[in-house]
Design a protein around this ligand. Structure first.
Ligand code: PBG
Length: 330
């Protein structure tokens, strides 16, 4: 039985039947807005390689948080762009109880308690060398020493009130170590979003400009800890380990070039699976849109629906507020 009994175009003929058979519906509640936080008051500093994205002083961050809630975007993911003076070889500013992120978390949770706050656990904004961890004389990122530092950072964030701590560093064993430390401190409700399948991607370039780690990093890559872009099975092993160690949700990052991984992770584990549409993906869509080469709004929404269709439960995207406005018909 084929044509003409079956005409696939019948269901596509009218908007109403297209709507009835639509499998994936993107809503603002699927989205998480990553934000860059800086020192100062009343400051919004544009990020050159990410049009529409700004580094925000904490008082400006509160306004963005309010807007997110108003639009139905449930959470923010905070990334610090600290002053150069806050950077050191051992990244100790990362766990300062009065450090930039910790102050931002307290301000957000005080003003907007119902807005979810996710903090980044990784040392790169705070190291003079731009690596996510502590290095030895040869520049190699030390695993266990870094993990000990990440535990201190995660505790400082959780104590400040972060709802989710999100280790994006890719050290081995850090999820288990952080989970144990949280339990020992009585912080039993703090969720862990593990960047489990985080690839050594070239799509992070604009982010590194935004947090100011690009210059420090120089030519040094992150290939000794982030995953080889060619691998899939390895991602499943990473996810399995992080879930075993106590992750509440896992992340695949970047988004669009890794939809096969998203699908495999979601199908194999059935765990909350978040996807990060990263800075380079955003910059490409923005740049082409601004040149009039693509329809930015249509292409951005298509990319986000595609990520959700692949299996994402939530998507970190710099388009979050715009997408929420578009979805609400704005
Ligand atoms: C580093 C970190 C990176 C991103 C999030 N956390 C960059 C990196 O690994 O160098 C990238 C996010 C983006 O590109 O939007 N801990």
């Amino acid at each position: 039985m084929g044509f003409p009994a079956i005409r696939m175009r019948r269901m596509r003929r009218d908007a109403f039947s297209r709507a009835l058979m639509r499998e994936t519906v993107l809503t603002p509640a699927d989205l998480i807005l990553p934000v860059f936080v800086r020192e100062g008051r009343g400051v919004r500093e544009p990020v050159a390689s990410m049009p529409g994205v700004e580094r925000l002083a904490i008082d400006e961050l509160l306004k963005v948080g309010e807007e997110a809630l108003r639009l139905g975007v449930p959470a923010l993911a905070l990334f610090p762009a600290p002053d150069a003076a806050a950077k050191s070889e051992d990244a100790r500013e990362a766990w300062n109880p009065d450090g930039l992120v910790q102050r931002a978390v307290r301000a957000l949770k005080q003003r907007l308690p119902e807005l979810g706050v996710i903090t980044d656990v990784a040392l790169d904004p705070y190291t003079t060398h731009g690596q996510d961890g502590l290095i030895d004389a040869s520049g190699y990122v030390l695993n266990d020493e870094t993990t000990a530092a990440l535990v201190r950072q995660a505790l400082a964030q959780a104590e400040a009130g972060a709802d989710f701590v999100a280790p994006s560093d890719m050290m081995d064993g850090r999820i288990g170590a952080i989970r144990q430390a949280l339990e020992a401190a009585g912080l039993i409700h703090t969720r862990i979003l593990a960047y489990s399948a985080k690839y050594a991607s070239s799509f992070y370039g604009p982010f590194r400009d935004a947090v100011g780690s690009a210059a420090s990093l120089g030519k040094g890559g992150k290939h000794t800890y982030q995953m080889d872009v060619a691998n899939g099975d390895e991602a499943l092993r990473e996810v399995a380990l992080d879930l075993e160690e106590g992750a509440d949700a896992v992340m695949v990052k970047p988004g669009l070039p890794y939809l096969d991984i998203v699908r495999r992770v979601k199908e194999r584990f059935g765990a909350p699976t978040f996807v990060y549409q990263v800075s380079g993906e955003y910059a490409m869509l923005k740049a082409a849109g601004r040149n009039g080469w693509i329809d930015e709004r249509a292409c951005a929404l298509e990319a986000l629906v595609g990520i959700k269709r692949a299996g994402a439960d939530a998507i970190l995207t710099y388009f979050a507020l715009d997408a929420a406005r578009w979805l609400r018909g704005g």
